[in-house]
Design a protein around this ligand. Structure first.
Ligand SMILES: [Zn+2]
Length: 248
């Protein structure tokens, strides 16, 4: 593992346009449970009943009470971990341009990353469905559910529900970033869900190195990624950044 960490640091030192793709695995160490997979939120509640746009339109109070209130509490207490901090540090060092994330928790921005493409939007802000006024999720008054804007409209999160499309501008920009980068860090995601699954492939086909940091092998390993550094996102990212700082 030590050799791979040195190799990743060396390649980051030489890269001119590095980017990162992150998924739920990067936020697990910040105590944010994943949605999908074993132990995920969708094992506990049915996403079609609580996370589909039709369900929200039909009964916004129910979705606010079960899904949004719970997420609000989890995300309000979450802090960026060493992986988020490491990517922000790479940006500050001029070694990383853009983070593309499947997460909605806002932890990349909280860590200091300034160019974050959020495929699924974000949960840090709510938007009035009538007048588009925005309010920070932590400031939403939950004494009345669903919470209402001053205009009487219902607030909804800025992240997308099932049944809604990924904002086309996020999709096209992430594809552009993926095609232009010379190094792609894939952290905490097996990238099996579209459209994130295309991102490492686009980078690979455009000639970039693809470095994977995951706790176990994924469908990317050995096919799309040049190599896998197996372990926890926070620890591995911190070690890479430390090794890189010794090189600069
Ligand atoms: Zn409004």
């Amino acid at each position: 593992m030590d050799d791979l960490i040195k190799r990743a640091a060396q390649e980051l030192a030489e890269a001119k346009h590095a980017a990162a793709l992150t998924g739920a695995g990067i936020s697990v160490e910040s105590n944010i449970p994943p949605f999908r997979g074993k132990g995920g939120l969708w094992e506990k509640i049915d996403p079609m009943e609580y996370a589909h746009i039709d369900a929200f339109m039909r009964d916004p109070a129910k979705v606010w009470n079960v899904l949004i209130k719970g997420m609000k509490n989890i995300i309000a207490q979450a802090q960026p971990n060493d992986a988020h901090m490491g990517l922000a540090r790479l940006e500050a060092l001029g070694r990383l341009k853009t983070v593309i994330t499947q997460n909605i928790d806002g932890l990349h921005q909280a860590a200091g990353s300034t160019d974050v493409i959020e495929f699924h939007g974000n949960f840090a802000w709510q938007r009035c469905m009538d007048c588009d006024a925005r309010i920070e999720t932590v400031k939403v008054d939950m004494s009345r559910v669903p919470p209402l804007c001053e205009c009487g409209g219902i607030y909804r999160p800025e992240c997308i529900f099932f049944g809604e499309i990924i904002p086309p501008q996020h999709l096209s920009r992430s594809q552009f970033v993926a095609s232009q980068c010379d190094l792609m860090l894939v952290i905490g995601t097996s990238a099996t869900v579209q459209p994130a699954s295309y991102i490492p492939v686009i980078s690979k086909e455009s000639g970039a190195r693809v470095i994977e940091i995951n706790p176990e092998r994924t469908p990317l390993t050995g096919s799309v990624s040049d190599y896998l550094i197996m372990g926890k996102a926070g620890e591995i990212t911190r070690l890479i950044v430390e090794a890189l700082e010794r090189l600069l």
